[in-house]
Design a protein. Structure first.
Length: 89
């Protein structure tokens, strides 16, 4: 018997749908890391102090455009669960 206090967020999502989400996330993370490394090299070559990149960012600093970008990213990432592929079950 399942524990009623634990939510099952993925009861109706197939393994294929979850793998599409994982692969989409992995692709996004790799692209961001690759771009960030290049940007840091360019900045360092031009004398920028990269120590500021390690400073904490206050979440209240996010403006509407950044929030919209975040929401669009999350929507793309979880699109497989919003409209699951019925053939994968």
């Amino acid at each position: 018997m399942a524990d009623a206090s634990v939510s099952d967020y993925f009861a109706s999502v197939s393994k294929s749908d979850m793998m599409r989400v994982v692969l989409a996330l992995a692709t996004e993370v790799y692209a961001m890391r690759d771009r960030q490394k290049l940007l840091e090299v360019i900045l360092a070559e031009n004398g920028t102090d990269l120590a500021r990149l390690d400073e904490p960012v206050d979440s209240a600093a996010y403006d509407e455009a950044r929030l919209a970008e975040r929401d669009a990213f999350v929507a793309r990432l979880f699109a497989a669960m919003a409209a699951p592929d019925s053939g994968s079950r």
